[in-house]
Design a protein around this ligand. Structure first.
Ligand code: PEP
Length: 252
């Protein structure tokens, strides 16, 4: 059984006051029995304070990125060990904004994934094609390459202890989500790619969909057989939307 995950990626949004109101509203409306595991990923600087607000709640804490190095002279970076130390459970690796804006390579992202796993975090490997890739029928080629680099470095066992998030770049923050069938096709491809190395691990690996998920489209996306929840950007900043998406991932 793959328990779904609904994870909110706050990106570079929020303030101490806004975060407190958001968490209060989420906790105020939180279901007694959520079917999905719920995660919030605030900016680094707010992680500890959000963790304090989440204490005794079932919501897990995640970070949006990590350094691939364990420690040392890497000014401005935050290591996986530090994230673990302050109570993070999850960390994103290779969000498309990191890949595209900060030019992170597949190799660097694989090293981040490995570093996070080594420190006991659950890394969430984000993969996704750009619109030009999809239009040139290169979606599987791109996703396959992004996955293979992690599979080569870490092996299927370690990948399966993490999470994969399929986020088509053309659907992120655009209001244009993949159709449920488009999402399912790529999720099935990802699962098959892992299964080529280890079928048992592939069957157990959670694969999230991300890209303009909202209360209005979450249920149909989450109903697809290989979609195990979602990575939510914009809609995770509104408590009622986020709670509705959580509910769409199933009752407890
Ligand atoms: C994201 O940033 O991971 C994301 C999916 O954003 P949005 O939901 O806003 O498209």
């Amino acid at each position: 059984m793959r328990r779904p995950i609904v994870a909110g990626n706050w990106k570079m949004h929020g303030s101490r006051g806004e975060n407190a109101r958001l968490i209060e509203d989420i906790l105020g409306g939180y279901p007694a029995h959520a079917g999905a595991e719920c995660v919030v990923c605030p900016p680094f600087v707010y992680l500890q304070e959000v963790r304090r607000m989440l204490r005794d709640s079932p919501i897990a804490l995640g970070a949006q990125d990590t350094c691939a190095e364990a420690h040392g002279a890497f000014t401005g970076e935050v290591s996986a060990g530090m994230l673990k130390d302050i109570g993070c459970k999850y960390v994103l690796a290779g969000h498309s904004e990191r890949r595209l804006i900060y030019r992170e390579s597949d190799q660097l992202i694989a090293r981040k994934f490995a570093a996070a796993h080594a420190k006991g975090l659950v890394p969430v490997l984000c993969v996704g094609e750009q619109l030009s890739d999809r239009e040139a029928s290169r979606t599987e080629e791109v996703i396959g390459r992004q996955l293979d680099v992690v599979l080569e470095l870490c092996g299927p066992e370690v990948l399966g202890q993490g999470v994969v998030a399929y986020e088509p770049v053309w659907a992120i923050g655009t209001g244009r989500n993949a159709t449920p069938q488009q999402a399912q096709d790529v999720h099935a491809f990802i699962r098959a790619r892992i299964a080529a190395r280890d079928a048992r691990i592939a069957a157990d690996t959670r694969i999230l969909y991300g890209g303009s998920v909202k209360a209005g489209n979450a249920a149909e996306l989450f109903a697809m057989p290989d979609v195990d929840g979602g990575l939510i950007g914009g809609a995770s900043l509104k408590a009622d939307e986020f709670l509705a998406i959580l509910a769409a991932a199933g009752p407890g």
